[in-house]
Design a protein around this ligand. Structure first.
Ligand SMILES: Cc1cc2nc3c(=O)[nH]c(=O)nc-3n(C[C@H](O)[C@H](O)[C@H](O)COP(=O)(O)OP(=O)(O)OC[C@H]3O[C@@H](n4cnc5c(N)ncnc54)[C@H](O)[C@@H]3O)c2cc1C
Length: 292
């Protein structure tokens, strides 16, 4: 499988999907079907998130390996360092490498709900930048490394300039590319990219796209991750929040417009948060490709 850093060098625009590891066997079967149907869009890579804790963490690698072996699509495994010791991380990275996985999204993660007070000690990584350095020091160029970026600043660091400095530290420590948190105002993305370029960061910054399918769920989620529900989004989706079909149709229209503007403005691709569903990512991509 390819390294994402190499794909990004070759292609003007990449397209990628993100899934999460299902909790049940039935969920896994459903995800397999979703991947099968979205694979027809020939994504450049597919990623799978890494759970905040518990038994589900091992499932990430099963999903990623399925993507790689069944579909021959480049894979990206997320890896968070919360709750893991450095030694455990080294063992997991060895497992990842032995499975032929070449791409890792290096994240700090957040303490899980059942252990909210967890704090890193001497045997843990404190920040994602430390994980990036560890991967490069111990695994050389075996992996292409991606990191998370926050156009509005991370929820715990609303000072955008400071947060951009922390992002730069991840790149300086070996990361190759950035995938952003969701956002609804493209200006946030373009300003973020400009802020990072000013600091000398040249790595590709792939915008993360969350299509709106459920307004109330969206407002709740944005509250937890610090993304702004813009006035425009409120105006479009609040009045139709009890009409699922109208919400999905408006969500597709909004996402198509947002994606088109991002690509036209120089974004190196689009990373879709698919939430393990085929639709509406399929509709958005079909529409975008029709416009090309
Ligand atoms: C694309 C994407 C994918 C994600 N996938 C997952 C996933 O699979 N699983 C999961 O659990 N979560 C995931 N997350 C959520 C992410 O783990 C959380 O947002 C987490 O709080 C931050 O992770 P990070 O890697 O950005 O951390 P870091 O880069 O370590 O930053 C964490 C906080 O510390 C601050 N900081 C960084 N460096 C320093 C420093 N040197 N000194 C002081 N402060 C510093 C930052 O500003 C920020 O507030 C994802 C997020 C994104 C955008």
């Amino acid at each position: 499988m390819d390294k994402i850093a190499d794909i990004l060098k070759k292609k003007e625009h990449v397209c990628s999907f993100e899934f999460f590891p299902p909790k049940t066997d039935k969920g896994f079967e459903n995800l397999v079907r979703t991947i099968e149907q979205l694979a027809v869009f020939k994504p450049d890579f597919i990623s799978c998130t890494y759970g905040a804790g518990g038994g589900n963490r091992a499932k990430t690698l099963d999903v990623v390996q399925h993507i790689q072996q069944q579909h021959k699509i480049t894979e990206l495994t997320h890896l968070t360092c919360v709750l893991h010791t450095k030694n455990e991380i080294r063992n997991i990275l060895e497992d990842i490498r032995s499975r032929g996985i070449k791409n890792v999204l290096a994240l700090r993660g957040d303490p899980p709900q059942d252990n909210p007070g967890w704090k890193p000690g001497r045997d843990n990584f404190k920040y994602s930048s430390e994980l990036c350095r560890f991967i490069r020091d111990h695994f050389g160029n075996d992996f292409s490394i991606g990191v998370a970026g926050f156009p509005e600043g991370h929820i715990l660091c609303p000072d955008k300039d400071r947060d951009a400095q922390y992002l730069k530290a991840k790149i300086d420590n070996g990361a190759d590319f950035v995938i952003t948190q969701l956002f609804f105002d493209n200006k946030l993305y373009f300003d973020y990219a400009a802020r990072l370029r000013k600091l000398g960061v040249t790595a590709p910054i792939i915008p993360g796209i969350l299509p709106v399918t459920n307004y109330q769920g969206l407002v709740k989620f944005c509250g937890t991750c610090g993304a702004t529900v813009t006035e425009e989004v409120k105006k479009i989706f609040e009045p139709i929040q009890n009409d699922p079909e109208a919400t999905i149709a408006a969500g597709v229209r909004f996402a198509v417009r947002q994606c088109r503007e991002l690509l036209d403005g120089g974004a190196p691709g689009l990373h879709f948060y698919c939430l393990n569903k085929i639709s509406p990512t399929d509709k958005i991509l079909a529409e975008l490709r029709k416009q090309k």
